[in-house]
Design a protein around this ligand. Structure first.
Ligand SMILES: [Fe+2]
Length: 441
């Protein structure tokens, strides 16, 4: 797939260059290559692993510059001007470097086609037509560029195309909308005042880069914090290490299988990570009891969804998860807790999480019992569908496991948990003398 993109770009460049255009002027060409290079050098990594570049404005400026021999010039500027620091540091495989160049060349060509097609309708003094043309050209460029970037990211990360597309498209669109008219303006100023007058445009570009970076950092911080919180619960339990992470991935995959939108899938994944956060409020003697709980203890344990909801409620970012967490132990027939909701009255995310939670619990070892295995877990889900579980959710999980196999959720995008959990640390320290005793006397 990626090789097809590279070949297409190679063929296009060869076709445009043989024979080379007669009206080629090296000066403006070199200027736009240099300006594009400056803005390409350090891209910003956005959620989903797609990179945001600020070179769209100078690249489109070259496209709108009528003194250049386009499409020959703009395609070569797209090839030469988009090298970035990673290419020089050899942080990318040669294949990746070639693919990225191909992406820019093809996107620039798509924009040129849009310009050439719309040109006959645009008269010089018509602002509406000019504005429409800038938008059409910009979108042709942006869609080709994002499509090829997401394609590469999806192959590299082995995650679904739709997921990365949905994560990246809004961010990229916002960034590009700013850069598209700027590119047109840069070309006008270069021709009207002089090429040197386009240099101050680098300032808003660098400011945009700073904003992008801050946004990506904030999002990373949010997910990192949620992940740390969920690992804190796993660590306290000890015997459910990695449980929340797997529940989150199973729930997200089931929601995706059921055709939900990416924003809702992300909320369900977050709720999956935090579903047992309320266990912080359950006493250790109950939470860490290695035997079955008696009736009173069970009653106290059953309060954890309520505690969880109250922990999440004060945070605006986590508030959308409150209902899913509060109801993650509601049974489909109304026999669950805390409110005894039934059927469709239970939030959809909770119905997904309870299935993911049960499947994960049955297929991983606990301190008081061994895992019963994939086949028996599926039998149990089948047996209790319509009673404890939403039959539609169970069917989606069955389809998913039939497609991917029982090992589907073992591979994690997250780094492996290779540290000592809190419970392990407590057990180890309990066996060792207290430090003050060691120094006593
Ligand atoms: Fe729970």
């Amino acid at each position: 797939m990626l090789a097809v993109v590279i070949s297409a770009a190679g063929l296009l460049l060869a076709k445009l260059s043989a024979p080379p255009p007669t009206n080629f002027d090296l000066g403006p060409f070199a200027f736009w290559v240099a300006l594009t290079l400056i803005s390409s050098f350090v891209p910003v990594r956005l959620p989903g692993g797609v990179l945001a570049y600020l070179n769209t404005a100078p690249l489109l400026a070259a496209l709108f510059d009528p003194s250049l021999a386009n499409p020959f010039a703009v395609c070569w500027i797209a090839f030469l001007g988009t090298f970035e620091l990673r290419d020089f540091k050899r942080q990318l495989p040669w294949f990746g470097t070639l693919y990225n160049r191909s992406n820019w060349v093809l996107s620039a060509f798509a924009a040129w086609v849009a310009l050439a097609v719309t040109n006959p309708w645009v008269k010089a003094a018509d602002p509406y037509a000019t504005f429409a043309q800038i938008l059409i050209v910009g979108f042709a460029f942006a869609i080709a560029n994002n499509f090829l970037s997401v394609l590469a990211a999806s192959v590299r990360q082995q995650s679904p195309f739709a997921k990365i597309w949905a994560l990246s498209v809004r961010n990229v669109a916002i960034g590009l909308l700013g850069q598209i008219p700027m590119g047109w303006l840069m070309a006008k100023i270069a021709l009207g005042v002089g090429y040197w007058a386009t240099l101050p445009f680098l300032i808003p570009l660098l400011l945009a880069r700073y904003t992008f970076t801050k946004y990506a950092e904030t999002r990373d911080l949010f997910f990192g914090t949620v992940s740390a919180l969920s690992q804190a619960i796993d660590a306290k339990d000890g015997f459910t290490r990695g449980h929340a992470d797997r529940v989150s991935r199973i729930a997200g995959a089931v929601a995706r299988e059921m055709g939900l939108g990416e924003a809702e899938i992300e909320r369900i994944e977050l709720a999956g990570l935090l579903h047992d956060i309320g266990k912080i409020g359950v006493e250790d003697r109950i939470l860490m009891k290695p035997m079955r709980l008696d009736a009173d203890e069970q009653e106290l344990m059953r309060r954890h969804p309520i505690y969880g909801a109250s922990i999440l409620e004060p945070s605006a970012a986590l508030r959308p998860l409150v209902q899913m967490v509060l109801h993650h132990h509601e049974n489909f027939d109304g026999s669950g807790y805390p409110e005894g909701l039934r059927g469709e009255g239970i939030p959809f995310g909770s119905r997904v999480i309870i299935v993911a939670d049960a499947y994960e619990a049955m297929t991983s070892d606990r301190i008081y019992r061994k895992a019963i295995g994939h086949e028996r877990a599926l039998e149990q889900l089948e047996k209790y569908k319509g009673i404890q579980f939403d039959p539609k959710v169970v069917r989606a999980l069955q389809q998913l496991l039939a497609k991917r196999g029982p090992g589907a959720f073992e591979v994690s995008d997250l780094p492996p948990i290779n540290y000592e959990t809190l419970a392990e640390l407590r057990r180890r320290l309990a066996r060792e003398p207290l430090i003050r005793d060691a120094h006593a006397g």
